[in-house]
Design a protein around this ligand. Structure first.
Ligand code: MG
Length: 231
């Protein structure tokens, strides 16, 4: 068996604490845009809940090429506002722009992210492999102090395809010179990160925060990764 040489990390929900950073941003937007005055019947938690619901729903559609990046960015706030009985296209656009400006600058990481990268950086060549938007992911990496750990930042925008589509892994291999047998993917999504990579002949570790049951390599904490790589 060839030894793993290249490790590809997913970014959102794996290293970068997407949920906390997003919730913090949405709370700020609720205040900045005085949504309490616009929709007095609904509190900030309701706004956050509706946004998270529509964002996840629309991301799924985006991942399956059913909607465009601009439609995703435009509509998720429009739907969240509609659930608060606010019909205001200008407000939803302004919220969308402000979210894109504020959220990627947040820097909360999942527990153990820096520690694990410090351990792995001298033994492996590390890369990012993300379905996120390229420009946004670069800001997140920079702002959270992660940029210098990664040789290549591969996003679905650069690859012109999204995980788990095989074109992404093709593109990643061409960009990095990695062979399938020496490639390892680490991410939080079983279908997108883990099965996508395994189907392409890579090894994979599931950052299994929700304790899903399956037979693939799995860790509950990022700090368990180095020991699992030695097995
Ligand atoms: Mg993820």
């Amino acid at each position: 068996m060839t030894k793993v040489k290249h490790i590809f990390f997913d970014l959102d929900h794996t290293l970068w604490d997407f949920h906390s950073n997003s919730v913090e941003t949405l709370g700020e937007l609720y205040s900045i845009f005085h949504l309490d005055e616009r929709a007095p019947k609904f509190d900030a938690n309701h706004f956050i809940d509706r946004y998270v619901f529509h964002n996840e729903r629309m991301w799924e559609m985006y991942r399956n090429d059913k909607i465009s990046k601009s439609r995703l960015r435009k509509s998720r706030f429009e739907y969240a506002l509609r659930d608060m009985r606010i019909e205001d296209k200008k407000l939803s656009k302004d919220l969308g722009d402000a979210y894109l400006d504020i959220c990627p600058r947040k820097s909360k990481l999942n527990e153990g992210a820096i520690e694990v990268l410090e351990i792995l950086k001298d033994k492996y060549i590390l890369h990012i492999l993300s379905n996120g938007f390229h420009e946004t992911q670069l800001i997140k990496l920079e702002q959270s102090g992660l940029s210098h750990y990664f040789k290549q930042v591969i996003t679905s925008e650069r690859a012109a395809a999204k995980k788990p589509h095989s074109r992404v892994y093709d593109f990643a291999q061409v960009q990095t010179g990695a062979q399938p047998k020496e490639s390892m993917m680490i991410g939080d999504n079983l279908e997108i990160d883990v099965l996508g990579a395994i189907n392409y002949g890579w090894d994979a570790i599931h950052y299994n925060i929700h304790d899903e049951k399956h037979d693939h390599k799995s860790v509950k904490s990022l700090l368990e990764i180095p020991a699992l790589l030695l097995k």
